[in-house]
Ligand binder design. Structure first.
Ligand code: SF4
Ligand code: SF4
Length: 329
């Protein structure tokens, strides 16, 4: 499969075959956590937005809320952060709603999971362009197209589902007994016992609402609840669900600039670890990710102990593409 390569986004969007793009288009981006300085340049998103709009399509920037408490935990804060980061040129649609709890459950065909929880607003789109800033990630090895698509469009409960098979828990020293989590748990899974919240894992559905509403950071996310390989598989399962749902009407661009060790969810300034490389695009996400990893090279491959290529082997097994590619400059 061919992978387009250029230093300029204008070259890339001119060469992509958009003949199959249809209807309303969502450009899936990551706006960067407040304090992060190396997220996707909004000028790149604008160039993609302008090109697709010029073809006569209605185009939005799309995202879902994050799992942890930060500047993108609810729709209002998320859109505010996106605008502060330069993405105010288009309509910003947060697909899992005001508080991350609007989701549709879709079946995973042939994956390790049975179902995936995707931001409900996906129903409004006919095509998605996955525009990803390529960088490292402590648990999945790297963040590119699959991470942007699968993890990114999981609703908050979907994100918890990918990160862990166990329920959140309470850090008792931080709990003030304010009961906000109790009032917001639709599953009656939280009780106040001896002035501290306690989660009954038998009743917990994994909706992650308590994580979003606790202002004191007392609800702990069970980050280590999936192994790195399980996380990689779940990210690909979630991606596959979306690819199937949209009948493969997806387009992919990876931006290999400002490549940092950690992802754009980190709300601080980070120093890139390899020189800027350029911009890649392919209709095959496996080929695109493989070419991105190859170009990022040895230094990038050594940034953490996660076997990045496992995610691509698994994606290939699910029929999402092939790691064999030809780079077209
Ligand atoms: S919202 Fe947080 S501080 Fe309040 S009771 Fe629940 S865990 Fe404790
Ligand atoms: S994750 Fe959802 S169901 Fe579980 S305790 Fe928190 S609010 Fe309740």
């Amino acid at each position: 499969m061919s992978v387009l390569f250029s230093k300029k986004i204008e070259d890339i969007v001119e060469k992509i075959d958009f003949s199959k793009i249809k209807g309303k288009v969502g450009i899936k981006v990551h706006f960067g956590e407040k304090g992060n300085k190396t997220y996707l340049r909004p000028e790149i998103a604008k160039a993609v937005y302008d090109k697709i709009s010029s073809l006569g399509h209605e185009v939005d920037l799309i995202e879902c809320n994050v799992l942890y408490r930060g500047s993108r935990t609810n729709r209002e804060d998320h859109v505010k952060t996106a605008k502060e980061h330069g993405f105010g040129f288009a309509t910003i649609n947060i697909l899992d709603g005001d508080f991350g709890d609007s989701a549709i459950e879709l079946p995973v065909v042939n994956g390790t999971l049975e179902r995936a929880k995707i931001g409900e607003g996906i129903k409004d789109y006919d095509s998605i362009l996955v525009l990803s800033h390529f960088k490292g990630h402590v648990a999945s090895g790297f963040g590119g197209a699959f991470k942007n698509l699968g993890m990114g469009l999981g609703s908050r409960s979907g994100k918890l589902h990918m990160h862990s098979d166990v329920s959140p828990s309470i850090e008792k020293e931080l709990c003030t007994s304010c009961k906000v989590c109790v009032e917001n748990c639709d599953f009656d899974a939280i009780n106040i016992i001896e002035e501290k919240a306690e989660i009954n894992s038998e009743l917990c559905s994994g909706c992650a609402m308590c994580i979003a509403v606790c202002k004191f950071g007392a609800v702990k996310i069970p980050w280590g609840g999936s192994t790195n390989k399980q996380l990689q598989e779940k990210i690909v399962d979630y991606s596959k669900v979306i690819i199937d749902y949209l009948d493969e009407n997806l387009f992919y661009i990876n931006v290999l600039e400002n490549i940092t060790e950690d992802c754009d969810c980190v709300g601080k300034k980070m120093t890139p670890i390899v020189d800027d490389i350029g911009i890649l695009s392919s209709s095959d996400p496996v080929a695109l990710e493989k070419a991105s990893l190859d170009l990022a090279g040895e230094k990038f491959a050594k940034i953490n102990s996660v076997e990045s290529e496992y995610m691509l082997e698994y994606a290939e097994k699910l029929g999402l593409g092939s790691g064999k590619y030809e780079l077209v400059k």
